[in-house]
Design a protein around this ligand. Sequence first.
Ligand code: GDP
Ligand code: MG
Length: 425
Amino acid sequence: MDVVVDHRQGDAHRQDGHSGERNCGIADEACVIISVAGAFRKGKSFLLNCFLEYLYNLQKSQQADVPMEWLMDDCQLHGFHWRSGTKRDTIGIWMWGEPIMIESASGENIAMDTQGTFDNNSTYQQCMTIFALSTLISSCQIYNLVDNIQEDNLQHLSLFVEYGRMALRDVGDFGKPFQTLCFCVRDFKSPEEYDYGQFGGKRYLDSVLEIRDDQPEELRSVREHLMECFNDIICFLMPHPGHRVAERQSFRGHAKDMRPVFREEVRRIVPAMCDPENLKPKSVNGKTLTCRKMIQYIKEYVAHFDGNTMPEPLNILNANAKLLCMEAAHDAKIAYCKGMDRSTQHPRHMSEKRLLEAHIKHGIIALNIYDKCPKLGATEIRPKMLERLQEDINAELERYKRLNEAKRVTGCASAMTACGDSVLL
Ligand code: GDP
Ligand code: MG
């Protein structure tokens, strides 16, 4: 499975007058990833472009400290390629070519990428794989549907339900495995029954997720366990965008061509996820991911999704467990090195005994840090990573020993110089 990052897309946006600076030095920033998944030709790319319009304008307003304006009459949407007609356009997963730096309410910078997904014509297997992978990668998965939420739409979520069950069985105390799932129902046709937007969406979703005795066991099970997997499950009901958007080949993304009631709802759904107050960085098992870690996660997931077979929930769990252990081992090693740096900072050579005492002290601290990583997934993962950590720490100890020895030599040399000097004097 390939995840495509199209850098030309980012460039194209910048040529349209948007700033794309501050793209470096983001490795340690928290990141928010919004994904839109669902069947093809249902306005996913179009919706993502509304997100881009919002985010770039938000960035501009934050940088220039001016009020925010977006989706105005003169706005023309750019970004992910979209097209009218019946042929599919996007294949696989596309990720926006540059992070968009937004200052969140808490003051931290958040790098944001958006991603378009799940275009049909492919096998059920491929669609499910794309859906699963994009849900794993994103902090908010928007499930784009038309008319209503059907049983098979919910069935697509059964993998996550199974995953959630396993994760909860292993460790029930460090948060739900996934973050926000947002059902976005396009061209909703019963606004008299349920209002457009999030509040009508909530009532509608409650009615869809209602558990009844007459439902087959598997349908009940998906409903019962869905809430265990996702922190938030929300729903937006969107009106039809108007014939200019939906039917005209000549539509070029001008906001003024959208039906006003549709434009109003777009103005609500996008900030509901991207307003600085509402930004939720990607976290895995309760830990916020930095952009650097996100890359590791994507690589690890992609290795498990080879496109032909659907990953078992257990494999996803194991992939997560391995990453969490790797992270804990990395933090542990850093703590060890920092402690050893402090203990050995004196320019004078120290005795081997004192060096080993420092090693034991900081080694124990490091092992305690590692031990805190959740006991998740297959049992062999933790000891394997622990072994690697011990090897790493031993290698570091050898380095500290060499540095210490070097001090003895240079110490002698400078003592000799001092002697020489005094002789000369
Ligand atoms: P994707 O294949 O899901 O990414 O769909 P696109 O974003 O490429 O859009 C496909 C077509 O649907 C384009 O002509 C859009 O202008 C149109 N479209 C966008 N949003 C909506 C919507 O909410 N309802 C309808 N009926 N059409 C839409
Ligand atoms: Mg598309």
